[in-house]
Design a protein around this ligand. Structure first.
Ligand SMILES: Cc1ncc(COP(=O)(O)O)c(C=O)c1O
Length: 430
């Protein structure tokens, strides 16, 4: 496939942008190819500079659940933009959006609007520390919560030991306050509480892990996290930046019936524009300035254009049928991919929760980050390349999810399965 224009654009970009991109995974480093530069997108399709069209399963890494350039969202953006891009002062739309979010998430009594998921989680952690007067936080290996210092942390030498910095520039002293343990391992959480008595401010988790590919919580896992946090006076933070408005309108909390103290939202909640949410129990949220003493602020927080896109998106998602249709389209895709892999004799484990799914090249179950790392990443890379050459745009990393949108049609799914059949054959015969 000719990608001359994308290739030239990437070289030009690298003169000004470190690595040629504004977020690392976009550079396609995980699949040993050059990235596509995007000219535009509509519905389920995305178009590159060289004039190729792809069925898009990245969806901007999750936000585009209604597909690209949904007419109602575009109209709301235009209407808001006509009135001015930013005021740095309160608007009615912020309250309207907040009311919708509170209506969707039973556990959110009050919330703050912010601009990115990173900020949302950073704020939740500051609140949890202030509320409890404690300093340590527990996170799960393979879960991603943005790039704030406290969360770019790798597991320490032993289970439930203090973590170590996962990026240069993160002070070890701060990383040491984060305890990293395996996902889906409630024994490890209990051990963390035993090892650090009275010191754990928050347990932070993606209730469905979706940044190591999709890994569902095992039955009872979220409930046990809830119980341990309650027993220990620790704040339970659900990072629903991916799962919020994705796995159900009310996120993983609705789907699994487990309630967090604080919830972080991003991606879908902004309708494709920069908007995120930190929300939860009023008693904790009221610690935020100006009411309380926990400082947090943002020039563009509650930005009117982003808020308008958010309201338009949530109003469509509030219709029940969206999730029913997404569930059934995703189930069909899962079944088609599984059959195509089986026919080609390629070992494949598909993890799916609602409209997010992952293909792991292994015949073993995948329930935590160690399992993910044991999968055949080289096979994924070959699969990715074959799919791209057949017009299917998957996330350029073995550790990311496929995101379906309500714009994906039955024909899109059928075409994807056809492409996968040929791609699995190619992977198998190499
Ligand atoms: C679960 C989760 N939390 C937080 C973030 C950070 O969000 P942002 O990239 O908007 O800062 C991400 C981003 O992928 C995410 O997937």
């Amino acid at each position: 496939m000719e990608n001359r224009k994308s290739f030239a654009a990437f070289s030009d970009a690298a003169r000004y942008l470190p690595g040629g991109v504004n977020s690392p995974v976009r550079a396609f480093g995980g699949v040993d190819r050059d990235p596509l530069f995007i000219a535009g997108a509509k519905g389920s399709r995305i178009f590159d500079l060289d004039g190729h069209e792809y069925i898009d399963y990245v969806g901007s890494w999750g936000p585009m659940i209604l597909g690209h350039a949904h007419p109602a969202v575009v109209a709301a953006i235009h209407k808001a933009a006509d009135k001015g891009a930013s005021f740095g002062a309160p608007t009615l739309a912020e309250t309207e959006l907040a009311a919708r979010i509170v209506g969707a998430f039973g556990s959110i009594e009050k919330l703050r609007l912010l601009s990115s998921g990173t900020e949302a989680v950073m704020t939740a952690i500051r609140l949890a520390r202030a509320y409890t007067g404690r300093d340590k936080i527990v996170k799960m290996a393979g879960c991603y919560h943005g790039h704030s210092d406290s969360l770019l942390v790798a597991a320490g030498s032993g289970l439930a030991e203090q973590g170590t910095a996962a990026s240069p520039g993160v002070p070890e002293a701060l990383a040491n306050l984060t305890v990293v343990i395996p996902y889906n391992d409630i024994g490890a959480v209990a051990q963390a509480f035993e090892r650090h008595p009275g010191r754990i401010a928050a347990v932070l988790v993606e209730p469905v892990a979706a940044n190591m590919g999709v890994v569902a919580p095992e039955p009872g896992y979220l409930e046990s996290l809830r119980q341990l946090c309650t027993d220990n006076g620790t704040v339970l933070i659900f990072d629903e930046v991916i799962t919020g408005f994705r796995v159900a309108f009310g996120g993983a909390q609705e789907r699994y019936g487990v309630t967090a103290d604080l919830t972080c939202l991003g991606k879908i909640v902004g309708g494709g524009l920069p908007l995120a949410v930190c929300g939860g129990r009023a008693e904790i949220m009221d610690l935020l300035a100006p009411l309380g003493r926990v400082y947090q602020a943002g020039t563009l927080s509650g930005n009117p254009i982003a808020t308008a896109a958010a309201i338009a998106t949530l109003d469509i998602l509030a219709e029940d049928r969206v999730y029913r249709e997404l569930e059934s389209a995703a189930a069909n895709l899962e079944a088609g991919l599984a059959q195509a892999a089986a026919e080609a004799g390629v070992p494949l484990t598909i993890n799916r929760v609602g409209s997010i799914l992952s293909c792991f090249f292994t015949n073993r179950p995948v329930r935590n980050f160690d399992d993910v790392r044991a999968t055949d990443v080289a096979a994924f890379k070959r699969f990715f390349s074959h799919m791209l050459d057949r017009g299917i745009y998957l996330a350029p990393s073995a550790y990311e999810a496929m995101f379906l949108s309500s714009a994906h049609t039955k024909q899109d799914i059928d075409r994807t399965v056809e492409a996968a059949r040929a791609s699995f054959q190619a992977v198998a015969t190499r």
